[in-house]
Design a protein around this ligand. Structure first.
Ligand code: ADP
Length: 267
């Protein structure tokens, strides 16, 4: 709380009173602090791949080019780090568009079973490589729902890529959809992966928060996937939650409210 006192001056009579201004600055300060943290995080996340790229480029210049096998490996590292930076900057652009509410939703009637089948298809090569089985389960009452397909595809891609990254060989991923009592659509991505420790759950949707920085980096993660998913679901007026048990698996569920069905519509 910030208290500002200003005396009230009256001609002839000197100070006749005081104006006290009470401002709740805690919210503002919290916002400023999280902004500062965010900029520091972004700088760090960009600096890391850049220093790697610089040192490998230097090594190539200093003679590694003469050894084709070594050179090929170094070029591979440079390419990987560049890809990571492109992913990071793309994610940051997504977030900034969501933050400034520049992205308007284009909601359309969408066949949910088809949408989930297509997600599973997009990741089939990656899953096959790890021997992971995917199951799609859609309650027949679901049918179509109204949503921005581009954004929800992005959410599903982020959740699926996490499920694959953090699930060991031979695991299982289940994509499912059902209707809530309210008529809202609930979609879950459930994996049989490594899970998340209880103490990390509260911060898991924070920007750049990772349980295991090294593992996330190794897997090519940016630490922004879940926060982007949350922003997109929020833009739909929905909610997203994550449940997890260490060494057992993780389930992420998002709920999208639906406009009233025709039969119930108020006239
Ligand atoms: P990242 O790019 O690091 O995967 P995310 O924002 O998508 O970033 O996820 C944040 C962190 O949450 C991850 O680094 C990981 O530690 C944890 N996490 C997310 N999804 C899962 C999952 N399905 N299983 C286990 N851990 C997960």
């Amino acid at each position: 709380l910030r208290v500002t006192l200003s005396p009230i001056h009256r001609r002839d009579r000197g100070i006749t009173g005081t104006i006290a201004l009470l401002q709740d600055i805690t919210e503002q300060e919290k916002l400023d602090q999280s902004r500062r943290e965010f900029v520091a995080n972004v700088s760090h996340e960009l600096r890391t791949p850049l220093t790697t790229i610089r040192s490998y480029a230097e090594a190539l210049g200093d003679g590694a080019l003469a050894e084709p096998q070594l050179a090929e490996r170094f070029v591979g590292v440079i390419r990987n780090e560049t890809e990571r930076m492109i992913r990071l900057v793309t994610d940051l652009l997504h977030l900034s568009r969501l933050d400034s509410q520049q992205s308007t939703l284009r909601r359309r009637d969408t066949d949910i079973a088809e949408m989930l089948d297509e997600v599973a298809d997009r990741f089939s090569v990656q899953m096959r490589k790890k021997g992971i089985r995917a199951v799609v389960q859609v309650d027949p009452r679901v049918g179509k729902a109204v949503l921005d397909r581009d954004q929800i595809d992005q959410v599903l891609d982020n959740l699926m890529s996490n499920a694959i990254k953090y699930t060991l060989e031979g695991g299982r991923i289940e994509l499912s959809a059902r209707l809530e009592e309210s008529g809202a659509l609930a979609v879950s991505v459930k994996d049989s992966g490594i899970g998340i420790p209880k103490r990390d759950l509260a911060r898991i949707f924070d920007r750049f928060y990772r349980v295991d920085k090294a593992r996330s980096r190794e897997m090519g993660g940016t630490g922004l996937g879940l926060s982007i998913a949350r922003e997109m679901i929020k833009a739909h007026g929905g909610t997203i939650t994550l449940e997890s048990e260490l060494d057992a698996g993780t389930t992420v569920t998002f709920i999208l409210p639906q406009p009233q069905t025709k039969g119930e519509q108020a006239i």
